[in-house]
Design a protein around this ligand. Sequence first.
Ligand SMILES: Cc1cc2nc3c(=O)[nH]c(=O)nc-3n(C[C@H](O)[C@H](O)[C@H](O)COP(=O)(O)O)c2cc1C
Length: 536
Amino acid sequence: MRNQILAALFLLLIGAILIAHFLWSPMWASLFLIIPLVLWGLYDANQKSHAIVRNFPILGRGRYLMEALRPGIQQYFVERDTEGTPITRIDRSVVYQRAKKVTDTTPFGTQLDLYGEGYEWMNHSIAAFDPHDLEQHPRVTVGTPDCANPYSCSIFNVSAMSYGSLSSAAIESLNGGAKIGDFAHNTGEGGISSYHLAHKGDLIYQIGTGYFGSRGEDGNFSWEEFAKRAAEPTVKMIELKLSQGAKPGHGGILPGKKNTPEIAKIRGVEPGTTVNSPPYHKEFNSPRGLMEMIGRMKKISEKPIGFKLCVGRKSEFLAICKAMIELNIMPDFIAVDGGEGGTGAAPVEFSNSVGMPYREGLAFVYDALIGFNLKRHIKIIASGKVMTSFDIFRALALGADAAYSARAMMLALGCIQALECNRNNCPTGVATQDPKLMKGLVVSDKKVRVANFHHETVKNFVELLAAAGLENADKINRTHIYRRITMNTIKRYDEIYPYLTPGCLLNEDMIPENWKKYMLEAAPGTFMTDLQLYGG
Ligand SMILES: Cc1cc2nc3c(=O)[nH]c(=O)nc-3n(C[C@H](O)[C@H](O)[C@H](O)COP(=O)(O)O)c2cc1C
């Protein structure tokens, strides 16, 4: 094929020269096009990097063009409302509508397949309430009894996304929205920037394995720096990140293109370089060590301290619970992220195949805390595609006390799911550090959209509570949700995720059979026991 294409180009060239010479002199002008085409064909036929272009000079490049156009064509022309990944069009649309405060009702009935495997729904009650009679802004108090400054947290908050991953305008808009709507904005692991502080919205300061913001000159954790950040008045809670669902067991990645001098200064790293945070914490190497660190953070900050994780080995989480009991140190909250979580950049294997999915992870963490009699002190915040008020309801049914959202908040800012977060090309200015693209994102407009989205979603959540005949969010439990297992079988959540007897994991004789092996593997002195290593 390669030779035929080159021959055709040469014939075209000779033909044009002959026509121009003997028949029609204006034909000479066509050589301005034909000569570059011939040279281009020769170049393609001799380059060695792309086999398809070498075999099909010029034409082979059509493939790359189609590849580039595919996501847009797919999203705008092909995709149905119930499709689109990672976030379906139906979910994206409802976020846009609520952020813009335009009609968000649906005509003519559901587009979902109610008989499809996995379909889930909640139960309404004949004894429903008037939603106006319920508390319109449900909140939950985070803080164990020894916490000097408990935080009254909205049930819906902005999940961790750093300045670096997101633009300064996006961070400002999220924080401005949090201020207007009185909810919390998680800083992400990149530290606290001036953009996080500009609007005085409540912050949850996240510390990842890079310790950005609490990092000494040697790159290790610095208690002095931590004390300074913790004293910031808008920092209401602090979250130590163990892992996140999109890349558990892998540290954060800041692509070199997004590592501007300003961001590098905030993080204490070299500008322009790709920064990979370590996959593990240097400050501790055992469940006991983790709890001791949390205890010290609690003492210094006097604010609620929690940790975030995507569940991996169940025994490791149980070991952390054992360490809590042994040392009598508890986090004030635990943030549970699902394997389906989002990210600015992650290796595809980690996104697709590492970490426990959200529902199982959340149910497991709740059950473990109940089993160790710890749940009464520790709040759970869940994240994993929480887009609508039903998603919040479902999270609370599984055991969460509040929810986080990252990608829905990005959509409220105007994100169009262009999937460019890792390339610095985000066309909406949300996930880029390119000043030209950032200009498109106007903070004064977008912060109101973020607040609108939060407000409308919580309002709808209160309507769901009322429809279920529940006076407050505390009353939601696993009996309120059903899942279709097959065409003819449905199960209630409490059948799929059976509740544990409170305190049963504290007594050898009461440990449920299917928990025994995990309990045996769990030791507060180490994350990785010999039993885990050798399958004994
Ligand atoms: C652009 C982007 C940046 C993120 N950065 C962080 C981060 O710094 N720390 C973290 O713990 N999680 C981070 N996450 C994960 C989210 O906080 C959240 O746990 C996850 O996306 C699940 O929530 P979602 O389904 O609502 O997006 C990031 C997610 C996105 C989309």
